[in-house]
Design a protein around this ligand. Structure first.
Ligand SMILES: Nc1ncnc2c1ncn2[C@@H]1O[C@H](COP(=O)(O)OP(=O)(O)OP(=O)(O)O)[C@@H](O)[C@H]1O
Ligand SMILES: [Mg+2]
Length: 652
């Protein structure tokens, strides 16, 4: 250890710093750019950590903006603010340090300044201790480069506030507003406006010159007890950015107290106090990702399933599957927006043994694209099949071919009675178990009068069906039923995909899906398993009245079953996920039962109107954003998430 008198400090400092090989650590309450320029070496690869004092505005007036500029030129340099800093330390690599009374200012280091003294330390053990202390100070300081996004300048109420941004960040970024040691508000930047300050600076910045000199006025702007600290950061910003200020509107989503997770209490609270002006806003860091594993009620999710990242971050987001198997979900968005991919991401992250999923896959796009162990999947591929399950369905088919069977003649009565006895909307009594459609029609033909017109019509009908749908689709019914039975009893598979892509007739798809759902509903009553039914193109299976050709009453068994699951499924842990690109066309009644909503890009006015009910006033900005969302960006709101989340899912 060597004592340094005032006249020795500056030269020793310069000499030592110029010899630095890896890093320079500095704490100096005040720093002048003039001095910093003289002592920092050329080597731009050095790691430099500088902690300065920022407790009063004067601190930042002494530590001038050029200090920030100089350090900016070193890619590995970082500057930290501390309100209580008094120590003056310079540590060079592992082997040299100077500790004393001098700031890195003219008064501290140059002639005619203060009377100062320092010590030079070369003992490695002591330096190790000093480095440790430096680290402690750094941890208590604010990382101005990385963490601080800005600070609150004004809060309208406990749900809305405005902040000045210190760095350019995009709208819809999630931010954190600390309230006290335990709790913080979580906010979302709903919009950013840019104030151009050019007009002020053209008068030689008189307005801001005044601001800078009138410390009291600044105090009035930031009326919090230790707001000066925050104000200093603001000012350093203003120095650097004379032309533009960015003001962010923030929606405050919730108050969090992460400690409560351990205490098994709700960690979500409704914010009741507006955040104080001057409060720093920071990024939403990795380490608080656990709070995204709570559900809407603020309790830990019982079945968290990862599905993507919080918008603009790498932070994973979760859905509480338990809230979906009991309270259902809607997945809405225009074609190509990412709906199917979201479902795939959810299935890929399912690691619960006690949940069974049934997917009605219209386009046959699930099995091949799922990036997971396929052994747990039962892929049931149906061949093309005509599947009328009531006499009305068959009458409908006949009508399409111009054959109108009234129930007038005894011949007609016989034929329809036969159809009626064979066709039932229930897999267990449907004659398809033993007979195919062709057999049934042939039996009917046998019942007709030998040379009557009906016989001719039915024979022709059979020919037309064969021509239009293929011979197989009239003879695949028994095989189809067998496949359904097998898949429903293969209980060891967690995921069953009903691939309906080869079935050309829409009504047949609806009927098949409906009778399968009926069976699933029945078994749900008898099992403790949590189960999920996933319906693609749900506007066909659960249509709103008057939507296109598809019936939305008793004649649509899928509609009846989807409605039954949506209303009664929760008692048996049976959930419904309805996916549609036409939210306006899906049954409003069923939609209202789907308590979590994943909403992707939407452009059609009627569809936007249909989802508007899910956006309360404070989420208007997100609603207005819907037409502009990129594929893979989704807004999820409702019971399975802690709050409305804008998320990104990985496509492909
Ligand atoms: N396996 C893949 N590889 C590459 N891109 C893919 C893959 N799967 C999907 N995508 C792309 O991701 C985007 C979202 O696709 P996705 O199938 O999830 O949309 P969707 O909302 O289900 O559409 P639709 O209503 O047509 O079913 C599309 O742009 C699509 O082209
Ligand atoms: Mg899709």
């Amino acid at each position: 250890m060597r004592i340094l008198t005032k006249d020795e400090i500056f030269s020793t400092l310069k000499r030592l710093i110029s010899s630095a090989e890896k890093e320079i650590l500095i704490t100096s309450p005040w720093i002048k750019s003039e001095i910093l320029r003289q002592i920092l070496p050329q080597n731009k690869n050095l790691k430099i950590n500088v902690i300065i004092r920022a407790s009063k505005l004067e601190d930042l007036l002494i530590t001038d903006p050029d200090v920030f500029d100089i350090l900016d030129k070193y890619p590995k340099a970082n500057i930290y603010l501390n309100p209580d800093l008094h120590a003056k330390i310079v540590i060079i690599d592992e082997n040299k340090a100077i500790v004393g009374s001098a700031n890195l200012t003219k008064a501290g280091l140059l002639e005619d300044g203060n009377i100062e003294t320092s010590v030079l330390i070369e003992n490695k053990k002591e330096i190790k201790k000093l480095k440790h202390y430096f680290k402690e100070i750094k941890e208590k300081s604010l990382d101005i480069k990385n963490k601080i996004f800005g600070f609150i300048i004004n809060s309208t109420n406990s749900r809305e506030a405005e902040a000045v941004l210190l760095k350019k960040i995009p709208e819809q970024t999630y931010i954190k507003i600390p309230i006290d040691e335990n709790a913080f508000y979580l906010g979302r930047i709903s919009s950013i406006k840019n104030l151009n300050l050019g007009i002020f600076s053209s008068y030689e910045n008189t307005v801001f010159k005044n601001l800078l000199t009138k410390v009291d006025q600044i105090n009035q702007i930031f009326q919090s007890k230790n707001s000066l600290w925050e104000s200093s950061a603001f000012l350093s910003y203003l120095f650097e950015n004379r032309e533009n200020i960015y003001i962010a509107s923030i929606e405050i989503l919730a108050e969090f107290n992460p400690k409560k997770v351990k205490e098994k209490e709700s960690i979500l609270k409704t914010p009741l106090e507006p955040p104080k002006s001057g409060t720093v806003i920071t990024g939403f860091e990795e380490d608080i990702k656990n709070i995204l594993k709570i559900n809407h009620a603020g309790y830990e999710m019982s079945m968290p399933v990862e599905f993507g990242n919080l918008f603009n971050t790498n932070i994973p987001v979760f859905l509480d599957l338990e809230k979906i198997t009991t309270m259902h979900m809607a997945v809405l968005g225009t074609t190509g927006s990412g709906k199917t991919t979201l479902i795939r991401r959810i299935l890929e992250h399912l690691n619960f043994k006690n949940i069974k999923t049934y997917i009605f896959d219209i386009y046959g796009e699930y099995f091949a694209n799922l990036q997971m162990n396929k052994e747990i999947i039962d892929h049931v591929v149906f061949d093309d099949v005509l599947f009328p399950i009531t006499v009305e369905d068959l009458k409908e088919l006949l009508k399409e071919e111009g054959i109108n069977i009234q129930e007038k003649s005894s011949e007609e009565k016989r034929v329809l009675a036969l159809f009626r006895s064979y066709l039932k909307p229930d897999i267990n009594i449907l004659a398809f178990k033993e007979k195919n459609l062709e057999d049934i029609i042939l039996e009917a033909i046998d019942l007709t009068d030998v040379s009557g017109i009906l016989k001719k019509e039915l024979i022709e009908f059979l020919e037309i069906l064969k021509r239009d749908f293929g011979e197989d689709s009239l003879n695949n019914q028994s095989k189809t039923i067998k496949k359904i039975h097998n898949s429903l009893s293969s209980s060891h598979k967690n995921i069953v995909i009903f691939n309906l892509s080869k079935i050309t007739d829409l009504k047949s798809r609806i009927n098949l899906s409906g009778i399968i759902m009926k069976e699933i509903f029945k078994t749900a009553r008898e099992t403790d398993l949590a189960q999920m039914v996933i319906l693609e193109e749900a506007q066909n299976f659960a249509p709103e009245k008057g939507y296109g050709e598809i019936p939305s009453g008793v004649e649509n068994i899928s509609y009846l079953m989807a409605r039954k699951i949506a209303t009664e499924g929760r008692k048996f842990n049976l959930g419904l996920i309805a996916i549609t690109q036409r939210p306006a066309s899906i049954s409003k009644f069923i939609l209202s039962q789907l308590n979590t909503q994943a909403i992707f890009k939407l452009i059609n006015k009627n569809d936007l109107e249909a989802v508007s009910v899910f956006f309360e006033f404070s989420k208007q900005d997100v609603y207005n954003l819907l037409p502009f969302l990129k594929p893979g960006t989704v807004f999820i709101t409702g019971l399975a998430v802690p709050f409305g989340i804008l998320a990104e899912i990985k496509l492909g």
